[in-house]
Design a protein. Structure first.
Lengths: 225, 225
DNA sequence: AAATTAATTTAGATATGGCTAAAATCACTT
DNA sequence: AAGTGATTTTAGCCATATCTAAATTAATTT
């Protein structure tokens, strides 16, 4: 088994890789909240263990072995998040923090039991896909709500879980995964977005809209006024 | 917060204190599976933090502060054990291992949720008392099954959870907490014990009988043949 | 009371995963 | 092509929690 630290590095690298393609020392440093120099020495170690490849000054890339471990940790994380929400009613803005710790000590047996109790789910409470045991993951094709135009509508696919405050804010307007939304208007200069969620109308700040991802986008894109 | 290591030391000290009164360096070393020298240096640290008192070559004793932390960890451990057994059907010989890891990363909020979901339980699956949040614990008055005499009967109060094999063995004859048992005969020289559990009759080895604790013991003690 | 044995402590080493400060490299501008 | 600023790496240090080997203290035996 790998240390908690190693698991966290691999997970972070996987996520950055998916979002930005390449993963720099600084990006990792910021995401993990450690000094760049610490990242460099960990990279060296992970490279020796063949969990990633590294070209000096050029960033890292997970090997197959590294990705496998990353996906196992992510599977733990997301199963735990969903389990806590479903079975114990933990609010969706708190499940992430709890899962951050528990994911590293969850046994495979308990993982399987939770998976079965939840009916082999495919999405966590934030809409993120839960990798299967063998490391298959189906990422959704979605765009940030911030990129939508007036008149377009779609379905909330996924919401970033990095900030509990953001989740509470988003939750207040009912923007949970699988919810239909329609963009009514968009203010210029990265301004707020007015949208319909069911019968209700909400105004959402531009920054928050970066973190809400929409799938199944349809409708004639109108002008940004 | 304290490190996982510190929590484990405090828990171990609490348990040894309860069982043997005083807690020697060697006893801790054995219980924790670390070298005696390592125990000495940790004792020094815990003593500086005022979590225990130590007289050189004379063993240690938890302070009130140390005991409070020990009981918090034990509460976590036992709530987790019961939760896993009840909610996820984890067999009673596996819950201990899972709880050993999880207990150190459980939030107070989740502790409360599990406690509520279980209806504020007072015993874990092995019959051990679950301390309350404020650190109150009600230990049962019980004797080892090995000390019972033919003709006596009683109720299983608690079973040691230190060895999964033992738990499976004990489970096979239905010796779960709250089960009535009657001692039929006891072989001499610390020999096996024949007992009735419900309608069934079982023979139990003397060593295993050291780890099963009986309360409410009644009946005329007969001779050990 | 001295010698032996057992328990405990001290001293010094190791691995992990952080840190800061300084050096090296890269990327961009002029 | 050289200079500047940002990024990355190197070098060396620190804390935690282990270890082994040696020294000390306590307990027991003769």
């Amino acid at each position: 088994m790998y240390t908690e630290s190693i698991e966290n590095y691999l997970k972070a690298i996987y996520e950055l890789q998916r979002e930005w393609g390449k993963v720099s020392t600084n990006a990792l440093s910021e995401k993990l909240g450690v000094a760049p120099a610490s990242v460099t020495s960990m990279i060296k170690k992970l490279s020796e263990k063949k969990l990633l490849t590294h070209k000096r000054y050029q960033g890292v890339k997970l090997t197959r072995a590294g990705q496998k471990i990353a996906l196992e940790v992510i599977r733990h994380h997301r199963l735990i998040e969903l389990y806590l929400a479903e079975a114990l009613g933990v609010p969706w803005d708190q499940v992430h923090e709890e899962a951050e710790k528990w994911e590293h000590v969850l046994s495979e047996d308990l993982e399987d039991r939770m998976d079965a109790a939840l009916g082999h789910p495919t999405r966590d409470p934030h809409g993120s896909p839960i990798p299967s045991r063998d490391g298959t993951i189906i990422e959704l094709d979605s765009i940030p709500l911030a990129d939508m135009r007036p008149g377009q509508h779609g379905v909330v696919a996924e919401v970033s879980d990095h900030d509990p405050n953001l989740l509470r804010y988003i939750g207040k307007m009912g923007l949970y995964p699988k919810t239909r939304v329609k963009v009514v208007s968009v203010e210029p200069f990265s301004g707020p977005i007015t949208l319909k969620v069911g019968d209700a109308s909400h105004v959402l700040g531009a920054e928050a809209a970066q973190y809400v991802f929409i799938t199944d986008v349809k409708g004639n894109p109108g002008e940004v006024i």
